[in-house]
Design a protein around this ligand. Sequence first.
Ligand code: CO
Length: 148
Amino acid sequence: MLRSAVVALTLCCAAPAAVAATCSVDLEGNDAMRFDKSSIEVSRSCRTFTINLKHTGQLAQAVMGHNVVITTESDFPAVDAQGRQAGLENAYVKPGDARVVAHSPVIGGGETTSVRFSPSRLGNDSYVFFCSFPGHSALMKGTVTLVP
Ligand code: CO
């Protein structure tokens, strides 16, 4: 009786630390037009989730700029195309685009930036992250998955 109570207590109190959510991720982009990750997991238990983006290359923002944009897989083609038209002055995102869950500024080599959003913005849909610099999403794209 006492023994099982101790076991239960141990299980009880070890569990929260074991499943504590990580509410940020470090993402790198390089001069070869690649991210270092193809998937990002976002815990729904996080109040906010932060993506820290680092450009590990040397090329300038106007040549090899990188950002990170989150939208649904189905909205991605149009968001990407209209972002391209919006230009660098708008971080290659159509101003006020409600299909965009979150996006960071565009950075060049050696720079860092971050973007923060509420996991509650992610519904029951398939989401992607990508770089909206013209032409980059062909290589710089991955999945965003909501996890417990
Ligand atoms: Co890019």
